[in-house]
Design a protein around this ligand. Sequence first.
Ligand code: BDR
Ligand code: CA
Length: 309
Amino acid sequence: PTPIIFDCDPGLDDAIALAMALHSPELDIKAVTTSAGNQTPEKTLHNALGLLTLMQRTDIPVAGGAHQPLMRKLMIADHVHGETGMGTTKLPTATIQPHPLNAVELMAKILRESDTPITLVVTGPMTNAALLLSQYSELKAKISRIVFMGGGIDGGNATPAAEFNIIVDPEAAEIVMQSGVPLVMAGLNMTHQALVMADEVEQIRAINNPVAKAVAEMLDFYLPLYLSGPRKLPGAAMHDPCVVAWLLKPELFTSAHYWVGVETQGKYTTGMTVADVYNLTGNTPNTEVLLNVDREGFVKLLMERVSLY
Ligand code: BDR
Ligand code: CA
């Protein structure tokens, strides 16, 4: 199995991504770490502990990360994920405590002690990843790649140019993008194709195990935001689960390699991921940018993994 560290800010779609990952035999999850993003750092850590309890993976260490972006004031997405970050879903009381190390220290310890390189999965702002790369640069070679949900090459969702995870901490994202570690980017241009439709929410509910029921309840909260949102999508965009789907079944996706940088000082475009699609800069591509996803194959995989509980 592929060893991974899963850095997230749960968050409804982060929770669904964890549901897909936690019992997938293809993955060896060394730790779940949390970032400040969709909700405050206290709440995203609390949710991660509750989710691992619900999903019966209390054997995995969970560590809380940075409390704020590198240089900016934290911006949260309670309008999307609710007051707790979990919509209306009540998680069980966690039976585990956070790891005594913080997220960045735990990541470093795991990488240092590992004989094989580890994939870093990031489905929230990149603050923890950037701190890891800058404070422990000697461990870079131990990171096989960073697979992240963030950015996009056709506009944003937080501003016309910027996606939420990137605009929360653009300086961190730019550190990651220019780190030299191989990158895979699941951005909005692709995740807006990974839709779960209303009838599919009912199919998930009908799987009728505790995790399937929780996922369906999360989607009950999340789907209407997309149906009535500015893009008028016909379903709920499963941003973060796309990262897990790519790890499990890359054949569901098409991609291209581009150089990508993050705008940190734009008048209108701060937080934009600028992709050099035509290689106008001559810069060596640093990112495999996911372009298209087989929607039906994705939903089938999601249902299959949620059935494992
Ligand atoms: C990203 O922002 C968050 O609200 C989601 O969890 C996802 O990671 C989508 O822009
Ligand atoms: Ca997220």
